[in-house]
Design a protein around this ligand. Structure first.
Ligand code: PHE
Length: 341
């Protein structure tokens, strides 16, 4: 029995010294000291010993137990120390490295341009309307006096969402002329900025999604002079007091007469340069006097009321203001580009 106890002590101490983790130690505790452990098994044989040997062996067994328990305690402390060292090594922190500054973003240049634009119109007493990008054919085309065979209605030009062509992604913000009058009634002075969609390939000046700002004024006695005076005042706010404009005749189904407005190139002053493609002038909007049929489609009597409408291209406005040469830069959200503004 003495040899048995010696063997247990030796093997237990060796095993304990070799453990790497707390779980291994626990397993050894069960193996040697547990109810079915090796030491307990030896103690169970005590009954068969002589009365003289029993206390001697009993004392020895107790010593072995105490020795093993002590070794386990010490090993527990050693393992804890090792674990702490490993953790500290893994989580080394160099407090001398400069911190990463939290960068604060800013408004996208296009929205800065839009906000300035809105403010100019708010100062002139216009209201701002918001409208749906998913639109009914009726509002995008029909109520705007656009004939059934108009090329803009082609499936090749417009994103239709239903087979029967009733629902589409609006191709212009002009449906907001109708919606605003329906909602607000006349007289009205409003602008309505938003996204529009056309089946265009992406290049430096085209994108299948872009932004327009619609404008509409309807009241008694509104004339083309009001249109020209207002738009001239607006572009002079944006591009400077000496900005020259010109109005060219054009055609839109929902205005009569219709025109496009150009501004003299702010880069070359009208001499011709790459920005204005050698023209000296840059087209900024389509406009005109609201067609009597459109007024009637909204329940407004064209003999009593008249109005004008216009549609700015917002990207072009921002590109002119910030001298951005490629439309794609506006949508790519490359931080190196945006940081410049
Ligand atoms: N909706 C027209 C376009 O997208 C612009 C426009 C708006 C023209 C209002 C006249 C009046 O080209």
């Amino acid at each position: 029995m003495k040899e048995q106890l010696e063997a247990i002590r030796k093997s237990a101490l060796e095993s304990i010294a070799g453990t790497q983790a707390g779980a291994d130690l626990e397993a050894l505790r069960v193996k040697y000291l547990g109810k079915k452990g090796e030491l307990t098994a030896v103690l169970k044989q005590m009954g068969s010993l002589s009365a003289e040997l029993r206390p001697v062996m009993g004392q020895m067994a107790n010593e072995v137990r105490a020795t093993v328990e002590k070794a386990m305690e010490e090993q527990t402390a050693i393992l804890a120390e090792k674990a702490l060292e490993a953790k500290l090594a893994a989580e080394t922190l160099d407090v001398t490295i400069p911190g990463r500054p939290a960068e604060i973003g800013h408004k996208h240049p296009m929205y800065t341009a839009l906000d300035e634009f809105k403010q100019i119109f708010l100062n002139m007493g216009f209201e701002i309307f918001d409208g749906p990008e998913i639109e009914q054919e009726d509002y995008n085309f029909t109520k705007l006096n656009t004939p059934d065979d108009h090329p803009a209605r082609e499936w090749s030009d417009t994103f239709y969402l239903t087979e029967d062509s009733r629902i589409l992604l609006r191709t212009q913000t002009s449906p907001m002329q109708i919606r605003a009058i329906e909602e607000h009634g006349v007289p009205i002075r409003m602008i309505s900025p938003g996204r529009v969609y056309r089946k265009d390939e992406v290049d430096a000046t085209h994108s299948p999604m872009f932004h327009q700002i619609e404008g509409l004024v309807v009241d008694k006695g509104i004339t083309m002079a009001d249109l020209k005076g207002t738009l001239n005042a607006v572009v002079r706010e944006i591009y400077g007091p000496n900005t020259q404009t010109r109005f060219r005749p054009h055609h839109f189904p929902f205005t009569e007469p219709s025109c496009e407005m150009d501004i003299q190139c702010h880069k070359c002053g009208g001499k011709g340069c790459p920005t204005c493609k050698g023209e000296g002038w840059i087209e900024v909007l389509g406009a005109g006097m609201v067609h009597p049929k459109v007024l009637r489609n909204c329940g407004v009597d064209p003999d009593e009321y008249s109005g004008y409408a216009f549609g700015f291209g917002l990207e072009r406005l921002a590109m002119g203001q910030y001298k951005i040469s490629d439309l794609r830069l506006i949508f790519e959200n490359d931080i190196r580009f945006l940081e410049q503004f």
